[in-house]
Design a protein around this ligand. Structure first.
Ligand SMILES: C[S@@+](CC[C@H](N)C(=O)[O-])C[C@H]1O[C@@H](n2cnc3c(N)ncnc32)[C@H](O)[C@@H]1O
Length: 188
């Protein structure tokens, strides 16, 4: 399957799909952290390149409700961020998952199809993550564990903190690749 992992610099989701034999590429304005198959560009220029599946992690800086107190000062940026999400949702790709924290996407575009947590996928952490799905079934928890720490609390301040905060959890990437990489006959 040809898989586009939009807005990914880490390669975590890309490598989960590659490990299962898929032709997966990450795409980000930034370079990849590893030497994997990566397109460094605006992903909107690559949405029509014949993908079977897209997993997208659009920036949440102007969308996440955790930053709501700043919304009134950045309405233009927020509008741009919402149009970016709409462009991703409208991509001519049969299976799409868009991932974001609790955000204004829910009120301005549509409610998410499901909300997952890292602790459902083997990581003892809490971080509500919304999924907007097209042509894909619900992502089923793979390993529910104890421990409910927020990962942001154990991160030292620094210029790369946002990267650590936004990196996709390996357990979630593995679940996506296992469950969405094949056997999609029951897709909703
Ligand atoms: C919240 S981070 C997602 C990180 C991802 N979970 C990972 O593990 O690499 C959002 C990413 O979107 C990228 N981005 C923003 N606008 C983009 C665009 N137009 N095309 C491609 N990537 C974009 C940013 O550079 C940033 O790396």
């Amino acid at each position: 399957m040809r898989v586009l992992v939009a807005c990914e610099f880490s390669g975590v989701v890309r490598e989960a799909f590659r490990a299962r034999g898929h032709d997966a590429y990450s795409c980000d304005l930034l370079s990849a952290e590893d030497a994997g198959a990566h397109i460094q560009d605006d992903v909107r220029r690559h949405l029509k390149d014949g993908w079977d599946l897209m997993i997208a992690h659009p920036p949440c800086t102007h969308l996440a409700v955790s930053g709501a107190r700043w919304f009134k000062h950045k309405l233009t940026e927020q509008d741009g961020a919402l149009w970016f999400v709409r462009d991703l949702m409208a991509a001519p790709i049969p299976r799409i998952c868009i991932e974001n924290p609790i955000s204004v996407i829910s009120s301005r575009i549509r409610k998410p199809d499901q909300i997952i947590q890292p602790w459902m996928f083997g990581h003892g952490e809490t971080e509500a993550t919304c999924l907007w799905r097209k042509g894909l079934p619900k992502l089923v928890p793979t390993n529910i564990v104890e421990g409910r720490e927020a990962r942001v609390h154990r991160m030292a301040p620094g210029p790369d903190r946002w990267k650590e905060r936004s990196r996709t959890y390996r357990g979630i990437a593995d679940a996506m690749a296992d469950q969405w990489g094949s056997g999609l006959a029951d897709a909703a």
